[in-house]
Design a protein around this ligand. Structure first.
Ligand code: ADP
Ligand code: MG
Length: 439
């Protein structure tokens, strides 16, 4: 029996690679066969959930091949017996395996902390260690690829490590909407509500900005929020906009500010280098310091690009059969084009687009002669950003904003500079915008 199991494991390792194998299969033990089931012991339920969801088919196929017989899988955890694969959630009385969507590789352990993200990381860790105690909701905000999704997953993973039975639901706002629409279509709203408002213990919703303008989903989310918050359950969301900038109703926006709003800034050079080295270690790639610094200096806007560049470099290195050296990286990254968009200034058009999107306006409105209050501030901010981030002169900027006079531009720029000096809110908006410009 054990030899057969060893053969299964060897095949699984070959099929799934050493990293997956080490994470999920090394700690499995075979306890024998019971009826039509192979009984496996796992350290905790988290393992069995994950294996069931992701690898059950692969293991069952392999078992059939090696043992000549199709067997289901049944898991037992050290402390308690957990359900078999024929029924993944008997004790939950229905379907709520939202945590299956958690990415097990995004944890606090492999989140590199630097001054750009330490506040958000500390807040997330606090939420994970003491859900619904201090910061509820937790609102994470930051630009693309800066670690919002990673931190939400880290919260979910840590909570389930500590208390494997906690009903954690992680999903994107878009998935929330789709599930709601399907529930409406198939007349299953009662179940949808039961799942999100009652049975869910920790709700993690990614990219909440997706809900802007989606009125009925927002309505549903609002009631979900109230039900969970009222019942003392933890909610954490992420967004690429500050709550106040979200195009959603006041009543939900203010609720987002009840707890803690934590922002993530683009990482500074040292953090970028540390992230690269961590990633290289995880993939067992030798990455010399000078190469790490070279990449980190060329790719500054977001961590996803940083990782992508390293992945490309590794792929090229194995393709050419050359070790990773500074000369090699320069050559290859030259080919890839690096991350040049970070280096050049943004164009006036780009600034106008970003500002218009941010304030839910049309670019045309920024250029128009209309002087309503809703337009004036965004327009002044856009001019200020053009002056600060492009090399255009005042008259040039004026001409790009519907042919305004240079004195209007000068006035706008100094107005924003003055206001920003005393208005933290305005500074926050400008920082968000600058972040959007970089991403
Ligand atoms: P966002 O959701 O903010 O767009 P992600 O969380 O998806 O960004 O992060 C993009 C990638 O960068 C992911 O692979 C994530 O694991 C990684 N990453 C981001 N920040 C860090 C960090 N501080 N340490 C390690 N990896 C990070
Ligand atoms: Mg994300």
């Amino acid at each position: 029996m054990q030899t057969a199991w060893q053969n299964v494991l060897t095949a699984v390792e070959r099929a799934l690679g050493p990293q997956v194998f080490e994470t999920w299969f090394q700690k499995l033990e075979c306890r024998g066969v019971e009826g039509d089931f192979l009984v496996l012991s796992v350290p905790n339920r988290y393992y069995s959930d994950w294996i069931t969801d992701n690898y059950r088919g692969a293991i069952e196929d392999e078992v059939e091949r090696v043992m000549g017989r199709r067997l289901g899988l049944r898991f037992v955890a050290d402390a308690d017996a957990v359900s078999g694969s024929e029924d993944t959630s008997t004790d939950e009385g229905g379907e709520l395996p939202g945590h299956f969507r958690l990415s097990p590789s995004q944890t606090f352990e492999n989140f590199v902390v630097g001054s750009s993200n330490q506040f958000a990381q500390a807040a997330a860790l606090n939420v994970a260690e003491a859900p619904a105690r201090n910061y509820n909701p937790l609102f994470l905000f930051g630009g693309v690829g800066l670690g919002k999704t990673h931190l939400l997953n880290a919260i979910g993973n840590r909570i389930r490590q500590r208390q494997p039975r906690t009903r954690v639901v992680y999903l994107s706002a878009e998935e929330f909407m789709n599930e709601m629409i399907n529930s409406l279509r198939y007349e299953r709203m009662a179940e949808f509500r039961e799942k999100y408002r009652q049975r869910c213990e920790v709700l993690l919703v990614d990219d909440i900005q997706f809900l802007e303008g989606k009125r009925s989903t927002l309505e549903e989310f609002f009631h979900t929020f109230n039900a969970l918050h009222g019942a003392g359950r933890q909610i954490a969301v992420s967004s690429d906009k500050y709550p106040r900038e979200l195009g959603i109703e006041e009543r939900l926006r203010t609720r987002f500010e009840w707890g803690l709003v934590a922002d993530i800034q683009p990482p500074e050079l040292e953090t970028r280098v540390a992230i690269l080295k961590r990633k290289a270690d995880a993939e067992q790639v030798r990455l010399p310091d000078d190469v790490a610094i070279f990449i980190a200096s060329n790719v500054s806007s977001n961590v996803r690009k940083l990782e992508g560049t390293l992945t490309n470099l590794v792929a090229f290195s194995s393709f050419y059969g050359e070790p990773i050296s500074l000369a090699f990286a320069r050559r290859v990254l030259g080919d890839l084009g690096g991350d040049r968009s970070d280096e050049g200034p943004p164009s006036v058009e780009r600034i106008q687009e970003v500002v218009a999107r941010f304030f839910n306006l049309k670019v045309q409105d920024l250029k128009s002669g209309k002087r309503t209050k809703v337009l004036t501030l965004p327009r002044q901010i856009a001019m200020y950003l053009c002056r600060k981030h492009t090399r255009h002169s005042y008259p040039e900027i004026g001409s790009r904003f519907g042919g305004r006079d240079h004195s209007t531009v000068i006035h706008s720029v100094s107005k924003i500079e003055e206001a920003a000096a005393s208005d933290a809110d305005l500074r926050g908006r400008i920082e968000s915008l600058e972040r959007n410009l970089r991403s």
